[in-house]
Design a protein around this ligand. Structure first.
Ligand SMILES: C[S@@+](CC[C@H](N)C(=O)[O-])C[C@H]1O[C@@H](n2cnc3c(N)ncnc32)[C@H](O)[C@@H]1O
Length: 402
């Protein structure tokens, strides 16, 4: 590929040919993106777990059509066969149809690692590598479970074995709660069905915040004053400023201040810390989204299909429920704090003995920084020197837990 113009042209073509709802970096840069994640995980595994005799255990959340799992497993198989021989890869996917697609994609890739037939060219999930080794279906270390990753019960008993949890472009899909500063208090939002036809089919109802999960999320990100945030107060000098600003904006403009809280993400983190206390999370997502029409902090992009395969951004999520995609940006600083709070809520308090000693502070890096360190950038460099794996998707980041 020549350079940025040709890359953009090809990407636009891919978007036009899109047969599924998304075209993520995993899909665009397969297998290189997934290989970078695999290299990072393998590096940490070798340092932190291998010597203690633990097998590599990976959970992928929201694996979509399986492209990442296929790339990840192929990388480990090729580069660390002794690790691959004992590893476990559990995929947690909420969609039955996507789980089936994943299973097919991964098993096909595992059975074709090392070969590429002329007729396979351009097909998904077929990875070129040597040597040719087919793995019998029953020995592919991959299992997909159809369930909501947030749901604690799905994870079974607390398991303190070290593991990695990978969530690529999933946090933006998780539920959020809208809170509004009205007069002098924070209100939570419920959406209800009016039974009317047309644009007012769904409406919002505001009540003073009473949902404990919303309260925990507000407390974590420093909004509101009714929660105990004593142990984290040093993070939140912005807390009172935010409340003050909310009231000022409200008084001056008459417009309620609105924040979309990542409550689904907080609940997921609480679940992970409780059920897999020694997990290390690798989460990649968009930290900002272009073209958001809705007002409010952390407001989502609501996109619906328009004519000619183009999308149209809407100014409300109430207008076309069921046919519009809703994407939330991820505030990675908040994510870091949510993770700390979730850890505090989790098994740590109940049984500190279960915690292992690899914990370092979590950190957030740009995709560029992550790829520069872990990807094989020579494979994705264009002739002009432009490297889309590192340079495109500048509005995405990685969260890497300690
Ligand atoms: C945008 S796709 C990303 C797919 C893939 N990770 C990638 O990067 O190409 C989001 C995926 O998350 C799944 N998902 C959304 N919410 C989920 C949940 N609560 N539990 C498990 N999977 C979920 C969706 O079904 C979908 O497969």
């Amino acid at each position: 590929m020549l350079g940025v113009d040709e890359y953009n042209r090809l990407l636009a073509k891919k978007y036009n040919q899109l047969t599924k709802q998304w075209l993520t970096p995993v899909e665009i840069f397969k297998p290189h993106y997934s290989e970078a994640v695999a290299k990072y995980v393998l590096h940490r595994y070798m340092i932190e777990d291998y010597g203690k005799g633990y097998p590599l255990k990976v959970y992928e959340l929201g694996g979509g059509s399986g492209t990442h799992a296929a790339g990840f497993l192929s990388y480990i198989k090729k580069n660390a066969p002794e690790v691959f021989a004992n590893m476990v890869y559990g995929s947690v996917e909420i969609s039955t149809a996507l789980a089936a697609a994943q299973r097919k994609c991964v098993t096909t890739a595992m059975q074709t690692v090392g070969e590429e037939h002329a007729s396979d060219k351009g097909k998904k999930c077929i990875k070129k590598s040597n040597p040719v080794t087919k793995i019998p279906y029953e020995r592919v270390p991959y299992k997909v479970m159809v369930r909501d990753a947030i749901d604690r019960h799905g994870w079974g008993d607390t398991n303190p074995d070290p593991c990695f949890v990978v969530a690529l472009e999933v946090l933006d899909n998780l539920p959020h709660d809208k809170v509004v500063f009205l007069k002098d208090e924070w209100m939570e939002t419920r959406v209800f069905d009016t039974g009317n036809e047309g644009n007012d089919h769904y409406q919002e109802l505001l009540d003073p915040v009473s949902d404990p999960l919303i309260s925990r999320a507000m407390n974590a990100v420093g909004v509101g004053d009714s929660m105990d945030n004593s142990s984290f107060s040093h993070h939140f000098s912005a807390k009172t400023v935010l409340d003050y600003l909310a009231s000022v904006i409200n008084a001056v403009t008459g417009t309620p201040n609105t924040i979309y809280l990542p409550t689904g993400c907080l609940e997921l983190l609480e679940t992970l810390h409780k059920c897999r206390p020694n997990h290390r999370l690798i989460a990649a997502d968009f930290d900002s989204l272009p073209g958001v029409q809705m007002p409010g902090t952390n407001a989502p992009l609501v996109a619906t299909q328009s004519t000619g395969g183009k999308t149209k951004d809407l100014d409300s999520y109430l207008k076309q429920p069921g046919s519009a995609d809703v994407f939330f940006p991820t505030d990675f600083e908040h994510l870091r704090i949510l993770d700390l709070c979730a850890r505090r809520e989790g098994v740590v308090i109940e049984n500190e003995d279960l915690l292992m000693d690899f914990r370092a502070p979590s950190h957030v890096v740009t995709t560029k920084a992550f790829m520069e360190k872990w990807a094989d950038l020579d494979s994705t460099k264009t002739r002009s020197g432009y490297n889309p794996l590192a340079q495109d998707f500048a509005n995405t980041k990685f969260f890497l837990s300690g």
